[in-house]
Design a protein around this ligand. Structure first.
Ligand code: C2E
Ligand code: MG
Ligand code: MG
Ligand code: MG
Length: 283
């Protein structure tokens, strides 16, 4: 085909597609053993209280340590989400997080709430809530230390699943957050109708600088923070990279921030250094 079109790009494109599909097959094929062999690691990215300048929580993010390399989530999450594998990974991450929290509690460390990402793939499972609670209770971790991050959902069919999950989690005392709010299928209804605890503003919404007040992005960001407050939700900005962004957040009373400006996602040993009472961030 490429020859008849006389176009090198076509060959290149086809090659890439093939390579991609081969890589996807490799990921699916190696996943079960990788999970068993503990090749998945949990990194922790601190969430900072802008008022206290200290650590207020952290997000657990998975990394795949495979053949001596760290494979980022962008490579494997979309592939695992095509099937049920993502559910196994999410429960593995939750289990690891609970084990870590248990250890921190047992060794007298400061403990903060840890959030775990849950794929929307789980939402149709009727036993999802029970499985989450079982894992947390198995490690005897107080529910207040756990938060579940979910991205926005699309259709009405999923809404009743989402409702069951979010309302159910609220009853167990496990916190919930709307992840990546503001991109994809934002529905304000979905925020209003369900008992969420946290609104996580997507990093693409965060203005690059705050000097130009007329910048529409700045205006929008301010109103989103205000809206969250008005609705009684905690508000966190993700992807915070610069001092200007921190200033914008502080001025507009956004309570929490997460991003490279403060810390990258850290391996657990490094993260544990943050779990001391007088650890503060420069803001
Ligand atoms: P997310 O939940 O929105 O997580 C935040 C992502 O932003 C992380 O990417 C984090 O490393 C990155 N990030 C943090 N601070 C900054 C910053 O200042 N600037 C920029 N540019 N990026 C920043 P990561 O770790 O590559 O994860 C990507 C996505 O993969 C996550 O997005 C999450 O949706 C998904 N993910 C990761 N681990 C898991 C998991 O165990 N289960 C599920 N279901 N999804 C996961
Ligand atoms: Mg997240
Ligand atoms: Mg996010
Ligand atoms: Mg995001």
């Amino acid at each position: 085909i490429a020859k008849s079109l006389g176009n090198q790009d076509v060959v290149y494109f086809d090659d890439t597609l093939l390579a991609r599909s081969k890589r996807n097959n490799d990921i699916t094929a190696s996943f079960p053993k990788a999970l068993e062999d503990n090749e998945f690691l949990v990194y922790y990215q601190p969430k900072i209280s802008l008022k206290g300048k200290n650590i207020a929580g952290a997000e657990a993010l998975s990394r795949w340590y495979h053949n001596g390399m760290i494979i980022p989530p962008a490579e494997y999450i979309p592939v695992l989400e095509q099937g049920r594998d993502i559910c196994k990974l999410d429960f593995y991450v939750l289990d690891t997080v609970c084990r870590d929290i248990r250890r921190w509690l047992d060794t007298g460390r400061k403990v903060v709430r840890i959030s775990v990402n849950l794929s929307r793939r789980h939402l149709s499972d009727m036993d999802l809530l029970q499985r989450i609670v079982d894992i947390v209770d198995k490690h005897n971790v107080p529910h207040e230390y756990i938060e579940i991050e979910l991205t926005e959902t699309t259709t009405d069919v999923e809404f009743k699943d989402l409702k069951r999950t979010i309302s159910g989690l609220q009853k167990t005392g496990i916190a919930t957050s709307v992840d990546d709010f503001g991109i994809g299928y934002s529905s304000l209804n979905l925020i209003k109708e369900l008992p969420w605890n946290v609104l996580k503003l997507d990093k693409s919404l965060l203005p690059v600088n705050s000097t130009d007040n007329s910048d529409q992005k700045v205006v929008m960001f301010k109103y989103l923070i205000a809206m969250a407050q008005e609705m009684g939700l905690e508000c966190i900005a993700e992807g915070v990279e610069t001092k200007e962004q921190v200033q914008l957040l502080t001025e507009n009373r956004c309570s929490l921030a997460q991003g490279f400006y403060f810390d990258k996602p850290l391996p657990v040993e490094e993260f544990e250094n943050r779990l001391i009472d007088n650890y503060t961030y420069e803001i």
